[in-house]
Design a protein around this ligand. Sequence first.
Ligand SMILES: *Cc1c(COP(=O)(O)O)cnc(C)c1O
Length: 384
Amino acid sequence: MNKPTRLESKPIPFIDVGAQRRRLGPAIDEAIARVLAHCQFILGPEVGELEAKLAQFCGARHAISCSSGTDALSLVLMARGIGAGDAVFCPSFTFAATPEVVAHAGATPVFVDVEEATFNLDPASVECAITSAKKLGLKPKVILPVDLFGLSADHDSIAEIAESEGLFVLDDAAQAFGAIYKGRRLGAFGGATATSFFPAKPLGCYGDGGAVMTDDDELADLIKGLRVHGQMPGQSEFSRIGMTGRLDTVQAAVLIEKLKIFPEEIEARARVARRYNEALAAVAIVPRVPEGYASVWAQYTIRLAPGRRDGLGQALKAEGIPTAVYYAKPLHRHEAYRRYPVAADGLPVTERLAEEVISLPMHAYLDEPTQDRIVEAVKRALAR
Ligand SMILES: *Cc1c(COP(=O)(O)O)cnc(C)c1O
């Protein structure tokens, strides 16, 4: 094997936000310049235009933009009046924002295990957790599934449990805007869907941003009011306690341009994932997308035998290739969340995944030579 040349050892970005910026160049500059010209920085015309386009894109009746993915989740819990004594069922194998909003609402996050094949909520564990919550005297109110790493949760199974128990489903699609479940894009499942436009998410803006999608007219109006301190559309009265939760007009203008190329980018990510899968299936457990699903590949995550991933991460780092571990420690074992209940059967899959997962660079602009360099480095490191 030849020694790597200087070009070959050039650092590779984990997510290349700059490559997309270069592609969109003048279109973004012009979109921002239009906002700078009209000066309607708060709820300007681009906000409504974006909301119509987001709703159309995912087939929901309403899309309400807001200040972040976290606030999108909070706005729905606020609108539903979730609070003290209420149980909200969510995974522990997720980002902290998922249970955080529940705790902020004064309710109790109840941690549920995930399925090994998809890393998403295990319906059997949800049922177990509902029983556990009732035994603790909590009122089951909401199932909060996460569509982790860009792959949809099993929304039909979740809907079935929600229906039989009378629970609301709030889908945390912060990592999965654009993903498809049984032929339809996320945004059309459950009572409401929250997403994030944080720059590193599949559809990101140039700062913080988020949105709520719902088919429920009343809920949509409530959320529009809650994002401006509880002043409902067309009313002068503050009828509810809300928050400052708007999306900036500048961010809406950026997102309108980025949404135009988003379907192409989803395709490009899928191509990258397919190439990784073909190259790495022999050396690691690679992610599989169930029939009828389409992932937006927020992360490309493989699994290795326990104890092996740190060595891989170090070997790749030495070659200028970044990796990340989402999530090395499940949330129910973090200090802030240790006091909350978990499903009585425990979270064995969550615990195992936390020891096995490692994510490789993934974005729509990862070219084949760069990807081949990553693949060769992974194979070399794992052959040691
Ligand atoms: C990123 C993320 C959020 C929060 O989104 P922000 O826009 O950063 O507030 C919520 N849930 C999950 C699963 C996320 O990955």
